[in-house]
Design a protein around this ligand. Structure first.
Ligand code: TK8
Length: 337
């Protein structure tokens, strides 16, 4: 056998050995993933894709097990379980975590993004990394930003076609001061509440309305307890795919790499389904009897104008440098810098 062949064989054996060694680092494990939404939400598609990816890259050793409808607790409760090291993962809106990391409030500023393209550019770019790099400091690791989406108002009182129509409507908002202030500034009676309590509160008329993306309104069956959908697109909420830092640090580098890569694979699937399903959901909400109105752009501009003071009012709590950095990034994306 020539020296070259021997060298090639040795090199091959080394690579196979390394791969086997790396695989040996990968433990058999089932990772529990807490979700507030139901499994037929696009997050279900994203998690299925991420799970298939993780299974393939780990030789079937690592599995993701989704828990839905807040079965393992709401967003904030599940996130606290991660921080205490008693649970592995949660896919949560950033908004309820504002008490954990005030900087997350930057995503709650009303009418911040004009479209999904801007949201993706910010979240998947330097700014998104800048915020993700803050998460280990509060006991969390953000694997990716998935899409909750542009939020719209539903209620059981009357359509909201003009800025003044918010007046008198009792609207549930997430447990988040920026949303609370935004909806109070718009004239509604804003009530902070965990997502898991919203359906019953609507059904019993403890509240008149809520606001969420149409795929959430559809898959949470809010059409059963709401009459009007007003397409306001007043905010865009990201989901974070969070891992407990205490548990993350117990994973082998190979396992961490697999989870990070597959969270991105899951992200692309989840966003694609979220955007494709939005049209279907809108059609279903109409079929289920909801009266849907697209708010006139001139009226949206009036709403934008009305809530502008919310930016200055909350800049200090969020971090003025963070708000300024966000606005500078957006100006760059819009070609205005
Ligand atoms: C689901 C929540 C929900 C959010 C809300 O876990 O609370 O209204 O938009 O989708 O994160």
């Amino acid at each position: 056998m020539t020296r070259r062949w021997a060298t090639a064989l040795l090199a091959g054996a080394a690579i196979v050995g390394l791969a086997a060694g790396a695989r040996a680092e990968i433990q058999e494990r089932t990772i529990r993933v807490s979700n507030g939404v139901n499994e037929d939400h696009p997050v279900g598609n994203g998690l299925a894709k991420m799970n298939a990816c993780v299974g393939e890259k780990s030789g079937g050793k690592i599995k993701l097990q989704g828990f839905w409808g807040g079965a393992l607790g709401g967003d904030l409760q599940a996130t606290q379980a991660l921080r205490s090291g008693t649970q592995e993962m949660v896919i949560t809106s950033t908004s309820p975590l504002i008490g954990v990391l005030p900087a997350l409030g930057v995503f709650d500023l009303p009418f911040l993004f004009n479209d999904e393209k801007e949201a993706d550019a910010i979240l998947d770019g330097e700014f998104g990394t800048y915020i993700s790099d803050m998460m280990p400091g509060v006991g969390l690791v953000n694997l990716a930003y998935w899409e909750n989406g542009f939020r719209n108002l539903t209620n059981s009182r009357h359509p909201v076609a003009k800025a003044e129509d918010f007046s008198g409507i009792k609207v549930r908002v997430m447990q988040n001061n920026v949303f609370l202030d935004t909806f109070k500034t718009l004239g509604s009676n804003a009530v902070p509440m965990a997502f898991g309590e919203v359906f019953t509160a609507l059904e019993t008329h403890a509240i008149d309305g809520q606001e969420n993306p149409v795929v959430t309104i559809d898959t949470s069956k809010f059409y059963e307890v709401q009459d009007y959908l007003s397409v306001t697109r007043h905010a865009y909420t990201p989901f974070m795919v969070l891992y407990s830092k205490a548990k993350w640090d117990q994973l082998a580098p190979e396992e961490q790499e697999i989870l990070k890569e597959c969270a991105i694979v899951g992200r692309d699937e989840q966003r694609a389904v979220s955007r494709a399903k939005s049209e279907e959901s809108l059609a279903r909400l109409k079929e289920e009897g909801m009266e849907v109105n697209e708010v006139d752009p001139a009226e949206v501009d009036k709403m934008r104008e009305a809530v502008k003071p919310v930016y200055d009012k909350h800049a200090e709590a969020i971090g003025k440098d963070i708000v300024d950095r966000m606005m500078a990034e957006l100006a760059k994306i819009r070609g205005k810098s």
